[in-house]
Design a binder for this molecule. Structure first.
Ligand code: AMP
Ligand code: MG
Length: 485
């Protein structure tokens, strides 16, 4: 490679194509950057030379030095937070460095999170602490390994500077890779200001980037909305299948790409309970497990409002077009969820009764303390009539025993194999995540590394690593997550 060829071939289409939607902002140098982890596999996927990058990683991925070709900027966005509209949020602690074209030909953002304040920081310090940074790293990699569209971590770097929260913490920067950072809130920011030229520019940019086949179509904005609905419906159905609770489904945390973004208070449910909430700030349970599909529809309605003038010049007609789509979301979600559950249940083909069959298992699980992940994993042991591994997960297995014969009647030939491929043995168990992050804050990264290895190989048999597949010991206080700021 020529000495002057940049190691990361940045392009800056967001900066180039969307003037007026961001503020250029340099990151703050870190006093003593120390690389905690570089995601070499992701680097390779991005077409980067991981070995050549490694010596620069601490400097680049802490914001201490800006790699050649990067053009750091903070994006503007608004958002409904817990239902209330904030007209100006924006990247208060994130900076887009630029984009690269990955080995599949897809454009991917590379952004820093925690590299200092921006004009959108409001009262925040623009920083991040080592615990939440490693948490986002771990959760994103786990979700990726579970087959869920997600932003991912390219690197985590300790800055050597303190971060002041309730305690004094060690500062860190996460380098985040995303299909894009276009959020529902990005559109809301400009729609709220009546700046429809920029809403249109953003929509055209989104189409060019995520749905290029729609470019030039007369009804392309409606078609884009349909695509976003389809992607998000599929995403939330996948979350539900895994017992994943995002915890802060504000409209600024929902992407148009359909990737999961912003791993703050998220956590995986253990014992099945539809009302499960982990976030300390979600007092009303707005973002509880079972509410996620409803919030999906609510957030998409906010996107529709922002895009409305693009749907039709006649505002009544635009509203009708949007409403027709919004009312269809519940049905689309039911189809997507049933599809996810068919796989999780190892069913043969598709039958009209499958949704009810899946709901029947949930009814049997509710109130029985049945661990979500283990219940589905152990279905593979119960294919042939033996429920001795499965039933003990239930406080009272009467409902389960009534359900099993109906299920067995619908099984695919190779059901046991399918079940093991569809239902993970390992998810990031909350008590283990916390223990790994605690150790990391004491300078011991070994538990984090071991946990990362486990959650990135989630479908393998757990012989020798049973600890990663078991729920929190009984008697442990209910898990509570705190916002990752
Ligand atoms: P979040 O809850 O992480 O989705 O963030 C909501 C908003 O708060 C976004 O505009 C963030 O950029 C901003 N924010 C969160 N933490 C900080 C921080 N430590 N400093 C500045 N802004 C922040
Ligand atoms: Mg956010």
């Amino acid at each position: 490679m020529n000495a002057s060829t940049p190691l990361i071939a940045f392009d800056n289409s967001y900066a180039r194509d969307l003037p007026g939607t961001y503020v250029l902002q340099s990151p703050d140098p870190a006093p003593a950057p120390r690389l905690l982890r570089l995601n070499s596999a992701l680097a390779v996927e991005l077409g980067l030379d991981a070995t050549a990058i490694a010596p620069h990683a601490a400097d680049w991925f802490s914001g201490t030095k800006v790699p050649q070709g990067a053009l750091p900027l903070a994006q503007a966005y608004a958002g409904h937070q817990f239902g209330g509209f904030s007209p100006q949020l924006g990247d208060g602690r994130a900076l887009l460095l630029g984009e690269v074209i990955d080995r599949q030909g897809n454009r991917r953002d590379i952004a820093l999170k925690g590299a200092g304040p921006t004009p959108f920081s409001r009262n925040g310090d623009g920083r991040a602490a080592i615990g939440p940074v490693l948490r986002e790293y771990l959760m994103g990699e786990a979700m990726h390994a579970l087959g869920v569209p997600t932003t991912r971590a390219l690197a985590a770097v300790a800055t050597g500077a303190p971060v002041y929260r309730e305690d004094v913490l060690q500062g860190a920067v996460l380098t985040r890779v995303a299909a894009s950072h276009l959020r529902v809130g990005t559109f809301q920011f400009f729609a709220a200001r009546g700046d429809m030229a920029r809403v249109r520019a953003l929509a055209d940019y989104t189409i060019a980037r995520h749905d290029p086949d729609l470019a030039g179509q007369a009804d392309r904005y409606l078609a884009l909305f349909d695509r976003v609905i389809a992607r998000q419906v599929q995403l939330i159905a996948q979350w539900m299948g895994l017992g994943f609770i995002h915890g802060v489904m504000n409209t600024d945390n929902m992407t148009l790409s359909g990737e999961t973004i912003d791993y703050g208070p998220c956590a995986f449910m253990e014992g099945y309970a539809p009302g499960t909430v982990f976030s300390s700030i979600d007092h009303s349970g707005r973002y509880a497990y079972a509410n996620q599909p409803l919030i999906l529809g609510w957030n998409l309605a906010r996107l529709a409002e922002a895009l409305l003038p693009l749907f039709d010049d006649d505002s009544d007609k635009a509203v009708d077009l949007a409403n027709a789509r919004l009312t269809a979301i519940a049905g689309q979600y039911a189809v997507a969820w049933t599809g996810v559950m068919r796989q999780k249940l190892g069913l043969a083909g598709a039958d009209a009764g499958d949704q009810a069959l899946a709901e029947g298992l949930l009814t049997a699980m509710a109130g029985q303390g049945a661990d979500w992940t283990l219940t589905f994993r152990r279905l593979a042991t119960a294919v042939d009539g033996d429920d001795s591994r499965l039933a003990p997960l239930f406080a009272d297995a009467t409902g389960l025993r009534a359900w099993l014969p109906q299920w067995r009647a619908r099984l695919a030939d190779d059901a046991a194999t399918r079940l093991l491929a569809a239902n993970p043995a390992v998810i990031p168990r909350n008590h283990l995540v916390e223990a790994a992050l605690d150790a990391a804050q004491q300078g011991d990264l070994a538990p984090f590394e071991a946990m990362l290895a486990a959650v990135t190989n989630p479908f393998a048999d757990t012989a020798g690593r049973e600890v990663y597949s078991l729920p929190a010991p009984a008697g442990l206080a209910p898990h509570v997550t705190y916002c990752g700021t």
